[in-house]
Design a protein around this ligand. Structure first.
Ligand SMILES: Cc1ncc(COP(=O)(O)O)c(C=O)c1O
Length: 482
């Protein structure tokens, strides 16, 4: 005992001594009312200074774990927790509800493709952290802390940090959105926004309509909320409107979910004409639209296309879910819902009930970062780098990949379709053996199809590995095709 104590660098030693002694008490090695060594003895046994032991003893006494008898020494106090309670041993799997079981079943981090060390991985569409301008983020943090650090560390408001709400409203207004009658709620990224909206909507038909393929996390959340998901085929300029209209004329839906810009996984941008037609259909069939605006800023060519919520004008039927996860930093879990003020009024209460509010610290860092004028500067740099990578990935696909269709107008990924009947799961097996992985496209489909497709995320892969990896996928694909 005591001599096995080892110091970990970077942590006050007296805290480590205190925790070491506490562990001995909790485990019962040191018994209630047992006398502890004197501070001098213990400092020799543990090979630390006597002051360190004194500080540790003071801390333990403050926590009620030891007591001192004047002139006699320190003793272990009677612990309140007894370890002799009967064992409460439960089978948690049996106690899981269908939602938890489905979430686990659809959890790609647990059941998806795993990369061995050294593998070239095209599975991620996260931003490249090497581009992050850490200096400006640190400055934003310090600036905001200097202004109102005490406020930021206390509870905030469920709707969000007011300065950020106001800034994001301006930001959305610049995208052409008519803010009349609308309001904005801050969420933990797009994903919580979607969850809140789905939690708020009354389920009348139990059905949601969306593009096919679509964002896997959205499919997962829709299913977790008990919705049947109907996917509509994609065309080169966005959703197939004829097919959509046919389905709408036959069946009723509680809402629609669309990703009009740099759609995940196809990377397609819906044309302005299609956006208008789509909104006409939604108005005709009175369907609330959930618009996912996650990637809008990652445009490398072509002109700016306004979001659906802008096309909707004063109308209140579009619920816009925003996020800076691809554009800036996904680690700051900040997204927003811009929608009719009455809907936001209810979402605010749901948000308060679920998580009280999004971290004010995260929100305030983002706010100050934007206020300091960093977004444009950063975007210029990030966009130039991603555009270069995007074009390089395209060129490599054109050179090495026997695809039948290659899509992606921007963003951090490209989508590859092979001839009908091709199986990218088999391709993945081959490529994995050769040190390359990608995301097989079927996970993005609402109906189990899409076996002939795959998604290539390029943002975090080096130029050399992009070429080497695509060459390997291309060669393996050619082998499977012959
Ligand atoms: C289609 C889509 N929407 C939104 C997001 C961002 O989600 P979040 O803001 O929760 O990070 C992603 C991230 O990959 C996405 O692919």
């Amino acid at each position: 005992m005591y001599q096995d104590f080892k110091i970990t660098a970077g942590r006050p030693v007296y805290v480590q001594v205190k925790e070491y002694l506490k562990r001995l008490m909790v485990k019962g090695v040191l018994q209630p009312h047992q006398k502890l060594p004197s501070t001098r003895e213990l400092s020799e046994l543990m090979n630390v200074s006597r002051n360190t032991i004194i500080s540790a003893y003071i801390g333990l006494e403050e926590d009620g774990l030891i007591y001192t008898q004047k002139g006699k020494g320190s003793y272990v106090a009677q612990m309140a927790i007894s370890v002799t309670a009967p064992l409460l041993e439960l089978n948690w799997k049996e106690r899981m509800n269908s939602q938890a079981l489905l979430a686990e079943e659809m959890d790609l981090m647990k059941h998806g493709i795993r990369a061995e060390r050294g593998t070239i991985s095209f599975t991620s569409i996260a931003p490249n952290e090497k581009l992050f301008d850490l200096g400006n983020v640190k400055r934003a943090f310090l600036d905001r802390m200097a202004v109102e650090g005490e406020v930021l560390l206390n509870y905030g408001y469920a709707k969000g940090y007011k300065p950020l709400i106001d800034l994001l409203k301006q930001y959305m207004e610049q995208k052409g959105v008519d803010l009349t009658g609308k309001d904005l709620l801050i969420t933990n990224g797009f994903t919580e926004g979607l969850d809140l909206v789905l939690s708020a909507l009354a389920k009348r038909n139990g059905a949601v309509i969306c593009e096919n393929p679509t964002h896997h996390t959205a499919i997962k959340n829709l299913r977790l909320h008990g919705y049947e998901v109907t996917g509509i085929d994609m065309e080169r300029d966005g959703i197939n409107l004829e097919q959509l209209e046919q389905v709408l004329s036959r069946q009723s839906f509680d809402c629609a979910y669309f990703i009009p810009s740099y759609h995940n996984p196809t990377g397609i941008v819906m044309s302005p004409q299609k956006r208008l037609e789509l909104m006409r259909l939604m108005t005709r069939y009175q369907i609330p639209v959930i618009e996912d605006g996650f990637n809008e800023e990652l445009r490398y060519s072509g002109s700016h296309v306004s979001p659906l919520i802008a096309a909707a004008g004063e109308g209140n039927g579009v619920i816009y879910l925003g996020s800076f996860s691809k554009v800036l930093f996904p680690g700051l879990r900040v997204g927003w819902v811009l929608a009719d003020q009455e809907l936001i009024y209810y979402l605010e209460s749901l948000k308060r009930a679920r998580s009280i509010h999004t971290s004010t610290l995260d929100q305030s860092i983002l706010y100050q970062y934007l206020l300091n004028g960093n977004l444009d500067k950063y975007l210029r740099r990030a966009r130039a780098e991603y555009k270069r990578k995007y074009e390089w990935t395209r060129r490599c696909c054109e050179a090495y990949m026997p695809y039948s269709l290659l899509t992606g107008d921007g963003g951090l990924h490209l989508f590859v379709s092979f001839a009908e009947g091709f199986d990218t799961r088999r391709l993945l097996e081959l490529c994995k053996q050769r040190g390359v992985i990608f995301t097989p496209g079927d996970i993005f489909y609402t109906d189990g199809t899409g076996r002939e497709t795959l998604r290539l995320g390029f943002s975090r892969v080096s130029d050399e590995n992009i070429e080497a990896g695509i060459k390997i996928i291309g060669e393996a694909a050619k082998e499977l095709l012959t």
